[in-house]
Design a protein around this ligand. Structure first.
Ligand code: FAD
Length: 309
């Protein structure tokens, strides 16, 4: 029963090891709800907070954050019934992709190769290999920050587009989602999973080399990776960060990088493409936390336009 357990709260907590970049300073308060009821009660109580999942699309400030962060990593329940899947927002994408495959269900094969949670994947409308998380959604259960009520939205009400959903507008938090996948042949689902994993071995750095996936979004009808490559950024190698040699849209933390190091390299990459092609790339990774003066300056250049969703 809710109320019998204590909500996990950490004060002055270093967040770095929760992020795939392995970057991030001290956060004033971090909450780890374990059930949907605990999560929604917390959302009702707090005035100001940021909800994060696996922190695999985040550049967290090395100077930390003077506020509340809710990490959904303990919200792990899911259920598969026939072709229907129910998942709390903290469920890990790769694990759910494998469980769906074990049940001969097709539609989640793309999620096998990157570490997003269901909440983060829906917020970002994550996708790969021609599939995306929005393809098979039937219903999203959301907390509405304005009314403090729990509401439901159908797929069409979630305003999905390339790397965008209604969750990015700030009014809603995803509590859980429901999907309807396609019944398929177990071997063919497993084969697609293996193919996706093989493909990724070559085009994406493993998490042994801390990174947060694609740094910039693809501009319309083009590929950020292609433009960055042609602009020569694969040679960009700084003291603590570098562009990955096999794909120009990934930044690797060489070990001791700060958020400022990453932003500096992002600016160099952005300028290289802008100077060569007069195209201004827009970041896919999201910056969170307190900014230094230099970070504020770079942030104002990189994130200044909201026209590219
Ligand atoms: C090696 C690697 C490969 C990657 N490959 C891909 C790829 O192929 N395709 C792709 O799309 N992405 C890829 N990514 C990026 C990343 O994994 C995705 O963007 C993923 O969807 C982020 O999920 P997350 O749980 O880590 O979200 P986080 O990084 O924790 O958060 C991302 C955003 O989602 C919001 N959010 C998280 N949970 C909730 C919630 N419950 N309710 C409301 N908002 C929420 C956060 O506030 C934040 O704005 C890759 C990343 C890595 C490290």
């Amino acid at each position: 029963m809710q109320g019998e357990r204590d909500l996990i709260i950490k004060d002055n907590y270093e967040i770095k090891n929760h992020t795939t970049y392995k970057i991030g300073g001290i956060v004033k308060k971090v909450y780890f709800p374990e059930t949907q009821a605990e999560f929604s009660n917390l959302l009702r109580t707090l005035d100001d907070y940021i909800v994060l999942g696996s922190c695999s699309n985040i550049l967290f400030s090395s100077n930390g954050y003077d506020g509340n962060i809710i990490l959904t990593t303990e919200l792990k329940n899911f259920e598969i019934k026939g072709t229907k899947i129910f998942a709390l927002c903290g469920v890990k994408g790769p694990m759910l992709a494998q469980k769906a495959a074990d049940s001969s269900l097709s539609g989640f094969e793309f999620m096998i190769g990157f570490p997003g949670s269901i909440g983060g994947n829906i917020a970002m409308n994550a996708g790969a290999h021609g599939q995306s998380i929005s393809d098979n959604i039937t219903n999203c259960c959301l907390f509405d920050k304005k009314s403090k009520e729990i509401i439901y939205k159908t797929k069409s009400e979630m305003d999905f587009s390339y790397r965008h959903s209604i969750l990015q507008d700030g009014q809603y938090v995803l509590l859980h989602a429901e999907f309807d996948l396609k019944k398929s042949n177990k071997d063919s689902v497993q084969e697609l999973i293996s193919r996706n994993l093989d493909f990724r071995k070559n085009i994406q750095p493993s998490l042994k080399y801390p990174n947060a996936g694609s740094v910039f979004k693809n501009p319309e009808n083009d590929s950020a990776g292609r433009l960055l490559d042609k602009a020569g950024v694969k040679d960009f190698d700084m003291q603590n960060v570098k562009v990955w040699e096999n794909h120009a849209n990934f930044i690797i933390n060489k070990g001791n990088a700060t958020s400022e190091d990453v932003l500096e390299l992002m600016l160099k990459m952005y300028n290289a493409v802008k100077n060569k092609f007069t195209i201004e790339l827009y970041p896919e990774i999201i910056f969170i936390g307190n900014k230094t003066k230099k970070e504020e300056e770079i942030w104002n250049i990189l994130y200044k336009t909201k026209t590219q969703k």
